[in-house]
Design a protein around this ligand. Structure first.
Ligand SMILES: C[S@@+](CC[C@H](N)C(=O)[O-])C[C@H]1O[C@@H](n2cnc3c(N)ncnc32)[C@H](O)[C@@H]1O
Length: 296
């Protein structure tokens, strides 16, 4: 949603922007020229390959550009290490990038066979295979239900446990086939692939996506300058709910104001060009207070 991001982040010369999910720099390339002269752009990403790519590719950035291999839940620490007190703009374009999902080695897609990995940060300890092969059945069902809203969470977790007793489940194909087996002929009546919700749930769990998002949302009072703008783009209802609720709490206690009441959606053209963008929801918050200590 590049146009909506530019409009609502409204970057101005001399300002500092924190891009919590810099990816391959799509938004960074649009925003940085607006910060010149004198502005700063800080990009974070958990994927070291993205960080390396941007360090090479954006050597000639129009403003000072720091790209750091860090989780956005550590944003405060990163700003401190860069001697930045607070930022004028904060962007969080959540989830994964197409370069990640299109690479079968990352194990994010049930459409391609690969190792059952799903880590957005390949240096992190736990993979999806670890979860699938070692989590107790009830806990696995809860993960698949809570983060995937999968109505067959129990039979899927039962099937996983039966299967792993024979041999560890190591690949995306094995897990996808197992989800298809649980759905059986019902799969034909589904709008989405039977593995969609299970894969989403495991990815959220492996990367602790909700915990890290909550930490970032709780840090906003210490990250934002008065009048600063925070733009969050989410791709599933759990993320959007967390953003909505935190924004509403900040608005209710007078720390901030909601710039849009309802989330913005991508244009028809963008939805057609990029199928993943169909689920995107963009929310904007204008910070008012400074030094607030309330947490959502
Ligand atoms: C949707 S992509 C961002 C695309 C980017 N806005 C662009 O224009 O190219 C999300 C990126 O955020 C990264 N990411 C996801 N969770 C993160 C987290 N907790 N901390 C830092 N980066 C994260 C992913 O590795 C991925 O590169």
């Amino acid at each position: 949603m590049p146009e909506q991001v530019l409009e609502h982040l409204a970057p101005q010369p001399g300002q500092t922007v924190l891009d919590c999910t810099v990816g391959r720099g799509g938004h960074a390339r649009l925003i940085m020229p607006r910060l010149a002269p004198g502005g700063r752009y800080v990009g974070l990403d958990v994927d070291a390959a993205n960080v390396q790519f941007l360090q090479d590719d954006l050597k000639d950035a129009p403003v000072r550009f720091d790209v750091v291999h860090r989780n956005f839940c550590e944003a405060e620490m990163v700003l401190e290490s860069l001697e930045i007190d607070r930022v004028d703009g904060l962007l969080a374009d959540l989830g994964f990038a197409s370069t990640q999902v299109d690479d079968p080695q990352r194990g994010l897609s049930f459409l391609q066979d690969g190792p059952l990995d799903m880590r957005l940060d390949p240096t992190a300890e736990t993979t999806a295979a670890d979860l699938v092969n070692h989590t107790p059945q009830q806990e696995l069902a809860d993960i698949i239900y809570q983060f995937g809203d999968e109505r067959f969470s129990r039979p899927i977790s039962r099937k996983i446990v039966e299967r792993r007793k024979q041999a560890p489940i190591k690949t995306t194909r094995e897990l996808a086939d197992l989800c298809c087996a649980v759905y059986g002929p019902r799969a034909r009546r589904q709008r989405i692939h039977p593995a969609t919700r299970t894969f989403q749930a495991l990815r959220i769990a492996v990367n602790d996506e909700m915990g890290r998002l909550d930490t970032l949302l709780a840090a906003l009072p210490r990250l934002m300058k008065p009048d600063g703008l925070a733009v969050f783009i989410s791709f599933h209802s759990l993320e959007d709910r967390a953003v909505k609720q935190a924004f509403r709490r900040y608005a209710a206690d007078g720390s901030a104001e909601l710039v849009v009441n309802k989330p913005l959606r991508p244009s028809e053209i963008e939805r057609r060009a990029n199928s993943r963008s169909r689920s995107a929801r963009l929310r904007v918050l204008r910070w008012i207070a400074t030094g607030q200590t309330t947490t959502p």
